[in-house]
Structure formats: structure tokens, C-alpha cells
Design a binder for this molecule. Sequence first.
Ligand code: PLP
Length: 384
Amino acid sequence: MTDIHTGHGFETVAIHAGNTADPRTGAVVPPIYQVSTYKQDGVGGLREGYEYSRSGNPTRTALETNLAALEGGRRAVAFASGLAAEDCLLRTLLAPGDHVVIPNDAYGGTFRLFAKVVSRWGVEWSVADTSDPAAVRASITERTRLIWVETPSNPLLGITDIAALAEVARSAGVRLVVDNTFASPYLQQPLALGADIVVHSMTKYMGGHSDVVGGALVVADTALGDELAYHQNAMGAVAGPFDSWLVLRGIKTLPVRMDRHGENASRVADMLTRHPRVTRVLYPGLPEHPGHETAAKQMKGFGGMVSFQVEGGEEAAVRVCDRARVFTLGESLGGVESLIEHPGRMTHASVSGSALEVPADLVRLSVGIESADDLMADLKQALD
Ligand code: PLP
């Protein structure tokens, strides 16, 4: 998979795109421009276009340039969180009366944004199984403006065929949004498969070290990119310089981290399929996973997220989370350290009672890059 702009391999782009040496000192890493405003050379005389750091900041520009290249897009805009990016996207593209098709499995906070926030402004939504293009097509109304997809999805690791849905979206004249947080652009590039907008929680694999919260939107259409950048400034939830710098640093090792996340996750998933107390393992790398073939077609690897269901219901699932030692009990994902959580009571409490409700006996793992043997031993002792 090569970057469509530069012709260089992904690993090269990850390290170099946007990371031009500082012209004054030659520093090989972009400085943290911890600054709010810029001296003007006479009224309106802006140096390199910088005026005020909500509108633009050189460290954020470096990150946005990098993100656009990684996703094979033309424009990226970076935000203070993944949800800030989503909010900006929805308020840029939707008006009262518009309708969005949302997936039947998604991050709880994304669902909450639709169900509790934008719905108050007259935006309507309905839920579809996005792994079934016919079901999505049937949910489209004349007011539909967006189809929203997460693949792999959070927390059930469902797989949507991006190219098939892009076709559904194109024939209906609506835009396809893909939340690429679980895959990262190293494993999957939705724009090349026909999606219109890529969403990221950079808090996860892009940052990769559980030390920053951030979000991004990436598009191939420059007019849409300009519109989003206008609203990014108008709404104001921008990524700060230090956060931008941390994500930029994390991205340099994204390919090697993702390879190891995938290797470890595949060993953990395989071990879980053979454990007598595990009733179901959800990992797109397993041949029996319903989305396995589609994932193999559109992804370079299967990622680091694994979910599983246990014998004994909710209490048993909570007990496994409590007993893990190498896996840290906590929300979030995508860092080098392994995390374990109970989606029903934690990340997905906000979908309780909705069409997106998650099984009570479900445990979600963010498999880190520690020794796979230690991770498997930890899960065995937690389950036994
Ligand atoms: N999208 C997905 C798939 C997520 O898992 C999350 C957070 O967990 C978000 C979006 C929201 O991102 P953030 O927490 O950075 O606001």
C-alpha cells in the first residue's frame, strides 16, 4: 500500500510527511509552536499565513499535512478529540430535517452525539447493519445526507465492506463517512476505497501511547476540506500544539506498532478460542469471523482489538476484567500497553437500551505490544 501523493511507502510517509526540517535551525523534528498569535508585518502582513493559533499553528499544520498523506487524502483537520472532530463534521454538513444512517455497532460516545446532541437540532437518524449493503440501501430516505460506518466496529469488531457501501452512497447521492480509528491508515485507507470522509480518534493508535486526546477528519475533496477547515476555525475545538506534536511523534512508529499489535492480538484470539470458559471470540483475523474475507480484502492486517464473551454472564465478565494484572482495567485503546474493559458498564454504557446495546457478558481487549506470552498467561489466570 503506497501513498497516492508521493509514491513513497507508508513507513516513509509516516516519518517524513509534514516533518520538514525547521528552516532556522535545521531541527529534524517540527518544534512545538506553543504560541497563540503571530507578529504581522504591517496590517494583514502574515508570514506563511499564520495569524492566530485557532485558525492555524505550524505544529498542527505539520500534523495535518502528515495525516492527509497517510490517508491518501488532500486535506486533514485536527481537533482536540475524536468527538470534537465528529461534532464539527456533523454541524458542517447537516441541517435540521436531514437524516443519517448510523451503524448498529459503534463507539458509545458517537451514538450519544447522534441520539442526545444533534437530534436536539432536528437531525434524524436510523440504525442499520452496515455489514449488509442492502440493509443500508433500504434505510436511505430522500433526506439522508450521510452514511456513517465504523470498521472494524467498537466493540463487536464487525466488518463493513467499504467499497460496497461507497457504491450504495454514490448511487444515492449521499456521503460515506468511515471512522478508521480501530484500523489506522496503516491497515486501511477508506478514501482509496471510495469513502468521502475519514474520522479518527487520534487518542488511540495514532497517538499510540495513552498520553494524548485528539481527533481528525481527512478528505480527498479540497472544496469539502476547505469547508471543514472553515468550520474547524469557526467552532474552535482545535488540536493544541503540544497534542499535535505528540500525535506526530506517535505516528512515526505506527507501522511497527500496528504489526506487533496484530501479531499479539492474533495469538491472544487464538488462545481464547480454545479456552473452555470463553463462549465466543470476536476478531476479524479468525477465519470463522463473518467479516473475515472482507477484512482480508480491504485491510493489510486485522488490528489489535479483540472482544470475547464468557460463560457466566455479566458478573463473570466483570470478574475477568477485575482479575487481569498485565492488562490494565481502563477505557480507551490503541496504546502500547494492553487494556481490558467491560463495554456494557464502561465505554458503551450510553448505548444501554438502544439498538446498539452490547452483550452483558462481553469483554473488550486492546492488545498491546508487550510479550504475547505474558498477555496470554494473564488472561488465562483471569479466566480460570
Ligand atoms: N471513534 C471511536 C471508534 C472511538 O473508539 C472513540 C473513543 O473511544 C471515538 C471515536 C471518540 O474519540 P475521543 O475519545 O478521542 O473523543
